[in-house]
Design a protein around this ligand. Sequence first.
Ligand code: ZN
Ligand code: ZN
Length: 295
Amino acid sequence: MTRAVNLAAGSVAVALAVLALKLVAWWLTGSVALFADALESVVNVAAAGAALVAIRYSAMPADANHPYGHDKAEYFSAVLEGALILVASFVILNEVWSVWQNPRQPDLSPMGILVSLVATGLNAFWCSILFRNGRRLRSPALLADARHLLSDVVTSGGVLVGITLAMITGHVWLDPLLAGLTALNILYSGMRLVRESVGGLMDEALAPELLKRIRCTVSTAAEGAIEAHDIRSRQSGRWTFIEFHLVVPGDMLVVEAHAICDRVEAALKEALGDAVITIHVEPDGKAKHSGVLVL
Ligand code: ZN
Ligand code: ZN
């Protein structure tokens, strides 16, 4: 987990460096689009800081006060990150609107564009690192940060295209137009991030292919039992919580039933990585015979 904390701290450093670069680029060009871009980076710094706090908190082991662990904290930072992205997009749209009504020629300095390109390259590089490690560590906060950076890279690309087009064609409205389009892109990614993170907080069902894998694993590993039913599962950060009822012959010894449970638990952990499994053992009189997994 210290690896996730280090990555989150790295995100703060990268966000600060990118913000400084973009402010310089805006100062050199006076482009509204680059202003929008720099503003988005302020949000990046705040979001990266929140992710760092959340990841540190979620790394704390379960205690008497939070017996299921602190992993959900990461979703809070992801929700916050999405909300900040939404606010940034509205501020940008507002600025675009005022420039749209009063178009002005962006002061185009090749230096400003170069600085912006360097910042975007840095963002893209860190974004790919966050995606790779976020998936491996199954960290919602790191993945949210990666998605945020990706939208930032797309935004910067749109902005640079807008300035270049305005410069080549002489149509100054191309700069605010491209800034407006990228603001809409930010708006969309912010809404998606909020929706997914709220899903995590609300214990949304796992993806269908994961549910299928759980069912397959239980049905092959629980040999000796009769059936499994009432399978429920949820995700909390990198942990998958799984619980179900396991029906065994009524005269089976507790030792034997327990051995089956241990086997199933080991197989599920093998298939899913970090998992917390709770199995309720029942005698065969309790079999449901409907919508259940027959072994
Ligand atoms: Zn039952
Ligand atoms: Zn046991």
